[in-house]
Ligand binder design. Structure first.
Ligand code: SAM
Length: 229
């Protein structure tokens, strides 16, 4: 895999921002919104501050607002173009979208009740550092909920999925976004990501407790939860 750094990843998202939402709907057959909704349902009540990291075009914030209308909603992302689309969606919700880095969050220690990350963590390059930052900004017993792609275990489904990921996704992605690199990056980053129990171990090593995960759509995606010690 070509060496990707934070700068290159931001450049990719800046380039595809204006086609990002439509491609999400097409390539996931509309499932991405259902997955995000499953994440938001896990937020629970009485959260004062909810931060969505790698918020992009802010679909997760829109759904977080559906379940937590009275919370202060903050989104952080490095890509200004992704955020500009996100701002249009969230202006009326009073959300605060900030141009910032997941590896150096522009937030105070112990200031956040819940962090959500949807399809962001695998793009943050240094997963440990990103989780340490999440832990730093969370209040004690604060929660992190992460939605990310994974690889199905069933070999029949896995083979179909990998064929789709390696061939169809870059093909459709490059036609619609006019950026072949971006959608090749997508499938490579998904295959490289440590999912399931492996990812839970990383969370545990960072110091999170009460870690669990749920498979979505035969294991095409997973939701991880953990609490700050
Ligand atoms: C696949 S998109 C996900 C966007 C959104 N969360 C969603 O569910 O559609 C990944 C996002 O992470 C952002 N990102 C990548 N690296 C980042 C970093 N180091 N700090 C903040 N955002 C980052 C990208 O700019 C992009 O908007």
């Amino acid at each position: 895999m070509r060496f990707f750094n934070t700068y290159l990843v931001t450049k990719i998202f800046d380039k595809i921002a204006f086609r990002y939402d439509v491609l999400n709907r097409i390539l996931s057959f509309g499932q991405d919104l259902a997955w995000r909704n499953t994440l938001s349902k896990k937020l629970g009540k009485n959260n004062k501050v909810i931060v969505d990291i790698g918020t992009g075009t802010a679909d997760q914030i829109v759904l977080n607002h559906k379940y937590c209308k009275n919370s202060l909603l903050i989104g952080v992302d490095r890509s200004r173009n992704m955020l500009s689309i996100g701002k249009k969606k969230t202006n009326k919700l009073g959300a605060n979208l900030i141009n910032g880095d997941a590896l150096r969050l522009p937030l105070k220690n112990k200031s956040v009740d819940i962090v959500t990350i949807s399809f962001g963590i695998r793009n943050f390059i240094d997963i440990d550092k990103a989780l340490l930052e999440v832990s730093r900004v969370l209040k004690q017993n604060g929660k992190v909920i992460i939605l990310e792609f994974s690889i199905p275990e069933n070999s029949f489904i896995k083979n179909i999925y990998l064929f789709y990921l390696r061939n169809i996704v870059p093909f459709i992605g490059s036609i619609i976004s006019r950026n072949k690199d971006a959608y090749e990056y997508l499938n490579k980053s998904i295959e490289k990501f440590p999912y399931g129990k492996e990812f839970c171990k990383i969370m545990k090593d960072i110091g999170f407790k009460k870690i669990n995960f749920e498979k979505l759509s035969f294991g095409v995606a997973m939701i991880y939860e953990g609490e700050k010690n």
